[in-house]
Design a protein around this ligand. Structure first.
Ligand SMILES: Nc1ncnc2c1ncn2[C@@H]1O[C@H](COP(=O)(O)OP(=O)(O)O)[C@@H](O)[C@H]1O
Ligand SMILES: [Mg+2]
Length: 338
């Protein structure tokens, strides 16, 4: 594939294939089922958004792919196939060597990734430990990448410590570090949520430009629909630990198939264009994820729920060529099960 190709062809195997992933957190009140039967593809060279209200499992999914789960987390079923290998079956060492090489991550808070007591220079040189290059060449690459992400005077600023930069500049540095290793998959967990709207726009454009140049895929977690509409090729909508709808951004934003997606979009369609900072408020609350659930997870908040929604978990139906959703109404409307 040519690097500058803006919309690369879908290859037979997506870069990342998550299949029927189930994950529990142990808690004093019982097991929290934070991911329920999650399946998701990230095609090579594409940007896939994950949206949903707070607590829907977006970060848990991102961290599970990265292999950065806390002690109380347990994957109970499923697979995460990345570059044709199931990450869940790799040894800890094989997994570690993928990180910072084929896989890299940008966090919501840049200080999660930066070491406060070391200079940017030493951190940016260290992150290139997979590369067979000399120190001065690594330093030059780091300066070049800082320039690309818009750090003024990178030649001298590279010797500074993280606290000598503003929050927006620190996030740019994290993007530079994450992309310096030329990963095939970049995972970004709400990387612009802590920034103001103007900075957010700049960072989104920067990510899109660098993604095109490097040819990597991005899994982009956000609760901001406007950003997803602008940045992503595909989107997965998560609700209470489940992916309720996914497919091409264009299709899902024009003709949402799931009542939850519709509720997110319909509250005020104009707000999507105006870069909504937050998801609209939908009546009712995200259900507790303790214990097993019967029926459709969204039925207590769904204005269209009928008896079947209460006792039967909906399967997946094809809404358009590149769009699927889990809702009994789609069966009623005669759509084909996948
Ligand atoms: N370390 C943890 N221990 C127990 N429960 C957790 C932990 N991390 C997240 N959860 C729970 O998992 C669910 C999903 O959380 P999260 O993935 O952070 O959602 P999101 O990123 O969509 O806001 C929430 O109910 C949250 O309380
Ligand atoms: Mg989160």
């Amino acid at each position: 594939m040519r690097r500058e190709d803006p919309t690369p062809p879908m290859s037979a195997h997506p870069l990342l294939e998550v299949r029927n992933l189930n994950l529990d957190f142990g808690s004093p009140r019982g097991r929290v089922h934070a991911l329920r039967n999650v399946s998701l593809d990230v095609p090579t060279g594409q940007i896939v958004g994950i949206v949903g209200e707070s607590g829907s499992g977006k970060s848990t999914l991102a961290y599970t792919v990265m292999g950065l789960l806390p002690e109380n987390a347990q994957v109970t079923a499923g697979s995460i196939v990345f570059e044709r290998r199931d990450l869940l079956t790799l040894t800890a060492q094989a997994r570690r060597s993928l990180m910072g090489d084929r896989l890299s991550m940008i966090f919501q808070d840049p200080m999660t990734a930066l070491n406060p007591v070391r200079t940017i220079e030493s951190q940016m040189i260290d992150i290139q430990h997979h590369e067979q290059r000399g120190r001065s060449e690594k330093r030059a690459r780091a300066i070049d990448m800082l320039k690309r992400v818009g750090i003024p005077d990178p030649q001298s600023r590279i010797g500074n410590y993280p606290h000598q930069f503003s929050g927006g500049m620190r996030q740019r540095i994290c993007i530079a570090m994450a992309l310096l290793v030329r990963p095939s998959l970049l995972i970004a967990d709400e990387p612009t949520t802590a920034l103001d709207a103007t900075l957010e726009v700049q960072i989104i454009h920067l990510l899109k430009d660098l993604q095109r140049e490097i040819g990597c895929s991005i899994l982009f977690v956000s609760h901001h629909l406007g950003v997803v509409a602008e940045l992503c090729d595909r989107v997965a909508v998560m609700y209470a630990g489940e992916v309720v709808e996914q497919g091409a951004v264009r299709d899902i934003f024009h003709t949402p198939g799931h009542p939850y997606t519709r509720a997110l979009l319909e509250c005020d369609p104009g707000r999507i264009k105006q870069r909504t900072r937050n998801l609209p408020t939908i009546p009712g609350e995200v259900p507790s994820m303790l214990g097993s659930k019967k029926g459709c997870i969204f039925h207590p908040r769904c204005p269209h729920a009928f008896d079947r929604c209460v006792y039967e978990t909906p399967g997946e139906y094809r809404v358009a060529a590149d769009q699927v959703a889990r809702c009994h109404l789609l069966d009623r409307a005669g759509m084909v099960a996948t």
